[in-house]
Design a protein around this ligand. Structure first.
Ligand code: MG
Length: 252
C-alpha cells in the first residue's frame, strides 16, 4: 500500500512539473504605475522590476518603413500606416516619452535579462505592410540575438504564417480565437492566446491545446476570481493589466 502511495505521489509530482505554474505577462508593459504609460520604455522596465515572466507590446509600421511600438492604429491624430515617423514624433506619451521604435524597445529588452518580450504584430490595412513589418521585426530580433527571448503574437493569420516562413524556430502564437487547437497544431503554430470569453465558451480548449503540445495564454484577465479559474485549468500564461495582483494571487 505504501509503495502504491509513493508511486502515486511521484506521478503527481511529474505531472505538475510537466504542467508547470501559470506565468504572468504584463499587457503593454507595467503601465498602471507612477511614471509609466502603455507600451512605453518605462513600462517595459517596470515590468522587469516587478519580476513578471514576460512583457507584451504592440508593433506597427510607419509609412516610411519604421517599426514602432503603439497599441492603436492611430495616435496624436495620425494614422500610423499612412504617416511618417517624424509626424508621429510630434506627440508625447502620457509619461513624457516619445513613441519608442521597435529597435529601441528590443535594445532595452536585451538588457532586461530573464524576461520574455512578447511582440504583437498588429493587423495592417495593407497586407504588404504586414509582410514588410514581419521581415523587419525578424531582422531586428536577429540583430539583438533575441531569438530565444522574443515570442511573437498576432491576430492576423497572414502575420503568423509569414513569421513561420522567415523564422521557422520562432514562437508564434495566434490571438484571434477563431481557430481550434487542433487546426493551430496542423498549421504549425506554437500555441493559442485567446480572449477570456473565447476560452470560457470553449471550456475544453486549454486542456486540448496542452494535450497536443500547444502553449496556452489568455487575455486580458484583470480580476482575481477569473485569474484563479484559469490557474486551476493549468493555463501556461495569463496576460493582464494587473501584473502585481496576479503575482500575489499566484503566491497564495
Ligand atoms: Mg497587444
Amino acid at each position: 500500500m505504501k509503495k502504491v502511495r509513493t508511486i502515486l505521489y511521484l506521478l503527481i509530482c511529474v505531472a505538475s512539473l510537466s504542467w508547470g505554474q501559470t506565468q504572468v505577462i504584463a499587457h503593454r508593459g507595467f503601465w498602471k504605475t507612477e511614471g509609466s504609460a502603455q507600451n512605453s520604455l518605462a513600462a517595459l522596465k517596470k515590468a522587469h522590476e516587478i519580476g513578471v515572466y514576460g512583457s507584451e507590446f504592440d508593433v506597427w509600421l510607419t509609412a516610411d518603413g519604421i517599426p514602432i511600438v503603439n497599441h492603436d492604429a492611430s495616435i496624436f491624430g495620425f494614422d500610423i500606416e499612412t504617416s511618417t515617423y517624424d509626424q508621429l514624433m510630434t506627440g508625447t506619451l502620457a509619461n513624457g516619452e516619445k513613441i519608442p521604435t521597435v529597435d529601441a524597445y528590443l535594445a532595452l529588452g536585451k538588457q532586461l535579462e530573464g524576461m520574455q518580450l512578447v511582440l504583437e504584430i498588429k493587423s495592417h490595412k495593407r497586407v504588404v505592410n504586414e509582410d514588410r513589418l514581419v521581415r523587419l521585426c525578424v531582422e531586428l530580433v536577429q540583430k539583438y540575438e533575441l531569438e530565444d527571448r522574443v515570442d511573437y503574437i498576432a491576430f492576423s493569420m497572414n502575420v503568423c504564417k509569414e513569421l513561420k516562413k522567415l523564422a521557422p524556430e520562432a514562437t508564434v502564437v495566434y490571438l484571434n480565437g477563431d481557430v481550434s487547437p487542433q487546426d493551430l497544431k496542423e498549421i504549425g503554430l506554437t500555441g493559442l492566446d485567446y480572449n477570456h470569453k473565447v476560452l470560457t465558451d470553449n471550456p475544453t480548449w486549454v486542456a486540448k491545446a496542452k494535450g497536443i503540445g500547444l502553449t496556452t495564454n489568455v487575455w486580458t484577465v484583470n480580476e482575481e476570481k477569473p485569474m484563479q479559474g484559469f490557474i486551476r485549468q493549468g493555463i501556461d500564461f495569463i496576460t493582464t493589466d494587473e501584473p502585481e495582483l496576479l503575482l500575489k494571487v499566484l503566491k497564495k
